[in-house]
Design a protein around this ligand. Sequence first.
Ligand code: 7PJ
Length: 288
Amino acid sequence: MPEIPILRCGRRSLDLSRPVVMGILNVTPDSFSDGGQYYRQDRLSVDAVLRKAEAMVEAGAKVLDVGGESTRPGAEPVSLDAELERVLPVVERLNQLGVVISLDSSQPDVIREAAALGVGLINDVRALQRPGALEAAVEVGLPVCLMHMQGDNPQTMQVQPQYQDVVTDVIGFLQQQVARCRQAGIAEDQILLDPGFGFGKTLRHNLCLLNRLDQLVALGYPVLSGTSRKSMLGQVTGKPVEQRLAASLASALLAAQKGARIIRVHDVPETVDALNLWLATCQEAWES
Ligand code: 7PJ
């Protein structure tokens, strides 16, 4: 595995010398697989989120990704106030858990306010392309995960996605965004990349990206991979979202073997076990 430095995430740090698991906490009423699970009578229950987060940390998650905007295809846009109202109380409570909190947001004001409450990583599915987002990220001085999406709008991204060569195109886009970040003053070792599985991609595109993920890894930035429960897995297995655990685990392992360093998942205990088995096998090979 190439050397990847420890990521500085504000007051905390994240060791990426081995792949780590990021637990997904979608605090939205309408996300595609876990939407609404923290809502009680139409109100977000921060206690319910905290309980889930504690279980994830207990199971070995090193990062928790908090998102207040549903980016499933066709989802309604969320207002700034609604996003702040969902995300901030959760970030505040999760801080006590001792792991890095990642913020899944594209909104400059959410980035600023969440950073002030202790978020340690900015995860933006729009790669900081929204007006003001890059400036906000520079200001807060946290690492950024830049994700590829075709088009910049989840409402329309799945309408006829087209690429010359999906891997080359995704890498080209991410390299452009890296250059933008570098020019704006973000340090090279504070940048992570993500091919954006399911964001403006057909099944063929997604499988191709997973199969050739090592090409993205070869750029030298830590790569985040998020395939958990996604429809690409449903398309291959013919299974609905609640029956995609096995396929999620298989795709997590494939991504890790290709060099991904952060695996973003709903099912933390199972993924930690799968990765630990693979890591133990590597260790055995190294030591013999
Ligand atoms: C991703 C994400 C992903 C990164 C979502 C879902 C859909 N952030 N946010 N990568 N997907 N970095 O929760 O499955 O793949 S939202």
